[in-house]
Design a protein around this ligand. Structure first.
Ligand code: ARG
Length: 263
């Protein structure tokens, strides 16, 4: 009797130590595995830092998807270029960072089903003469390095000295405020959020649905990773059961058009 109880207590102690050692104190899969998800938390309202905490639409969406899939995870702020390197080295299991699904990236990475529709947009100072993307020709324009904003500009004007590339989008916007460039090109929701939250900066946004193309964001994975299927299933579930709409409304104040995600 005495022996038995001791043995049991020992086992409980051991498994508690094991849990602590694995750092898996959150509820989740129960398998003990904890996925690492990377992001570049400088892209509000999708991901940004609130003190030490990463917050945003992507953060809430990821949490809902992972809960639905029963997967334990940790979100890490890696930065944009390092995130792609970390995916290639399989140092992270996934990434969520307003990442556009495109053919070029599909050669090296896998994606979840699309979760958000986006398009590039121009941010400039009030009184600008810019009316469309074509007007950016010959002007200094900032972008975040390696984004579809850079790609869209290079497609129109070729690679050019005038396209100023920054490590993150906050720095790309800073370049506009400093007068180093005449415009920023980045995702519409990000540009609009910045303009709305900074009325003192006197900025305007210019959309151009002819020269910029519609894009869709996906969760990104190393090629042939293990979790695509369960994450896709969970994504579909939260889109169908209204959880996605709830998160969308929290961040964008309106109902999403989920039909565009299903095409
Ligand atoms: N959607 C664009 C792209 O995939 C920009 C994404 C930038 N995301 C970020 N977290 N900085 O190229």
């Amino acid at each position: 009797m005495e022996m038995k109880r001791k043995f049991k207590m020992g086992l409980i102690g051991l498994s508690a130590a094991f849990l602590v050692a694995c750092g898996s104190t959150d509820s989740g899969s129960g398998s003990g595995e904890k996925l690492t998800v990377g992001t570049d938390a400088a892209y509000a309202p999708f991901e940004s830092l609130d003190g030490e905490k990463i917050v945003g639409f992507d953060v809430d969406l990821l949490d809902a998807v992972m809960k639905e899939a029963g997967l334990d995870y940790e979100l890490k702020n890696k930065g944009w270029d390092p995130l792609f390197i970390a995916l290639q080295n399989e140092e992270v299991d996934a990434g969520i960072s307003a990442i556009t699904i495109n053919d070029e990236r599909k050669k090296s990475y896998d994606f979840s089903s699309p979760y958000f529709e986006s398009i590039n947009m121009i941010l400039a100072k009030e009184g600008t003469s810019i009316k469309s993307a074509k007007d950016l020709e010959g002007m200094k324009v900032s972008v975040q390095n390696g984004t579809t904003g850079q790609e869209a500009l290079e497609k129109m004007f070729g690679k050019s000295e005038n396209i100023k590339k920054y490590e993150n989008n906050v720095l790309a916007i800073q370049a506009l405020l400093n007068g180093e460039v005449e415009a920023v090109v980045a995702d519409n929701a990000v540009v609009q959020e910045y303009e709305k939250n900074n009325p003192d900066k006197k900025l305007v946004t210019i959309s151009d649905k002819e020269n910029f193309e519609s894009e869709f964001y996906g969760i990104i994975f190393p090629k042939d990773g293990e979790h695509q299927d369960e994450i896709n299933k969970a994504m579909k579930k939260i889109i169908d059961d209204g959880k996605y709409a709830e998160i969308y409304k929290k961040w964008f104040g309106e109902e999403p058009n989920v039909d565009v995600l299903k095409q």
